[in-house]
Ligand binder design. Structure first.
Ligand SMILES: Cc1cc2nc3c(=O)[nH]c(=O)nc-3n(C[C@H](O)[C@H](O)[C@H](O)COP(=O)(O)OP(=O)(O)OC[C@H]3O[C@@H](n4cnc5c(N)ncnc54)[C@H](O)[C@@H]3O)c2cc1C
Length: 391
């Protein structure tokens, strides 16, 4: 297996780096690192970046040209995600590009592709995935939100939770039960829901790291056209499983780990007492660096599969599992290296590295829960990757 990038891929990475250096404020990544950015400032820059990226058709570059892409190789799209995440760029294609678009391309009809895909590629719509419910997370097939057919409309009632980005999304990608009598995996459908439809209420939830990007979403007699059904009615479960594979394939966990390990190495070089006080942190950093190289190879295997027309499955779970657990290990290594003061939050005069690692440590907790927990990923790898019987 060849692990190197082609000259063309390297050229694209250089072009992208130069573009980002020209567009992002020079101190952006540093200010993001220490939590100095206000949400409004981030949202404004996200809009600006999305405009600039859409003009270059880079937001969804791997998509076919007729849907707003450049038909670029999937590896190139992964390089794009890698570099934009490393530079902590706000915006980018998000759920629309990495998750909903590929699902519409695969399961939608031609009208839906023509209607929704160019709007994602152009940065006009942002999407939120509406799957999880208060009683249905890992066991997603038990979801209770109902979509009842009434003429040429569906009437939706129920509650979703942990919907990332729903507070600002224009569109929702919903999984709802359309046949309550079928076996639980066989009665679910995917519907497209405009988030401003009457009857939808979005309530932000504060997470333990202080973020307010997760939401509860309440549906009360929300009506959408039957034209918003994507794929076949009651086949939604199988479609959801495929779209989760798209989401889990992301390289960005490794890009963030790369940035954080580099910060720690810089700090250790600048201040000799850090290693002197915590000699074991030297070995930990070496381990994290090795794990990062392994992880990158795992992550880039996913777009390689996509390039061959294959849908990544357990391979995507390997990347997600390893990347999210590496995120946590890097944060822990940061706490060990920086010592007791690493626990101080951004803003504290005695905080180390601006308090960034106390924040990174809190944020890292959810990495092994979002998009399916580590236990769920291990189940997938055991069953579908290794062919082991169910536990
Ligand atoms: C940051 C973040 C972003 C998210 N974004 C979204 C989003 O945009 N849209 C959306 O719909 N959802 C989103 N989620 C929800 C996420 O998908 C669920 O939290 C996740 O699937 C786990 O479900 P749960 O929280 O109900 O935990 P539970 O399913 O109740 O799990 C509790 C514990 O039991 C374990 N467990 C459960 N079943 C098994 C099993 N069969 N074998 C072994 N162990 C098991 C789990 O691993 C976990 O440790 C997000 C969550 C987070 C934290």
């Amino acid at each position: 297996m060849d692990f190197s990038f082609t000259p063309e891929e390297e050229r694209f990475r250089e072009e992208l780096r130069a573009f980002l250096a020209g567009q992002l404020p020079p101190d952006w990544a540093d200010r993001e690192f220490v939590g100095e950015i206000r949400p409004e400032e981030r949202a404004e820059l996200a809009r600006f970046m999305n405009r600039a990226l859409a003009d270059k058709k880079w937001l969804a570059m791997a998509w076919p040209k007729e849907y707003g892409g450049l038909a670029s190789p999937h590896i190139q799209q992964a390089i794009f995600t890698d570099e934009t995440a490393y530079n902590r760029m706000p915006g980018g294609g998000g759920t629309g590009v990495s998750w909903v678009g590929p699902a519409i391309m695969q399961f939608g009809n031609e009208e839906q592709r023509k209607l929704y895909l160019p709007r994602i590629a152009n940065g006009d719509d942002t999407w939120s995935a509406l799957y999880t419910e208060p009683g249905s997370g890992s066991d997603l097939a038990s979801l209770q939100t109902r979509a009842v057919r009434d003429g040429d409309e569906y009437v939706i009632n129920g509650t979703k939770i942990f919907a990332a980005g729903a507070q600002e999304a224009s569109m929702g990608w919903l999984a709802a039960r359309t046949d309550p009598h079928a076996a639980k995996h066989r009665g679910i459908s995917n519907l497209i829901v405009p988030m401003d439809a009457p009857g939808i209420t979005v309530r932000p939830m504060e997470s333990m790291d202080g973020g307010k990007t997760l939401n509860e979403v309440f549906f009360e007699n929300v009506r959408v056209s039957t034209e918003n059904l994507v794929g076949r009615e009651n086949r939604g479960w199988y479609q959801v499983m495929t779209t989760l594979d798209f989401e889990r394939s992301g390289v960005s966990a490794y890009s963030n780990a790369r940035r954080n390990i580099e910060r720690l190495v810089e700090a250790a070089k600048d201040e000799a007492s850090l290693i002197k006080n915590n000699p074991a942190a030297r070995y930990e950093l070496a381990d994290r660096w090795i794990e990062l190289q392994v992880g990158y190879n795992v992550a880039y295997r996913v777009p390689q599969l996509q390039e061959q027309g294959l849908i990544p499955n357990h391979e995507a779970s390997v990347s997600k599992l390893y990347g999210s657990e590496l995120t946590q290990r890097v944060a822990t290594t940061g706490m060990h290296l920086l010592g007791a003061a690493s626990q101080l939050a951004p803003g504290s005069p005695y905080a180390r590295l601006g308090g960034a690692f106390s924040q990174a440590y809190l944020e890292a907790v959810s990495a092994t829960i979002a998009a399916g927990t580590s236990e769920v990923q291990r189940n997938i790898i055991a069953q579908r990757g290794l062919g082991l019987p169910r536990g």
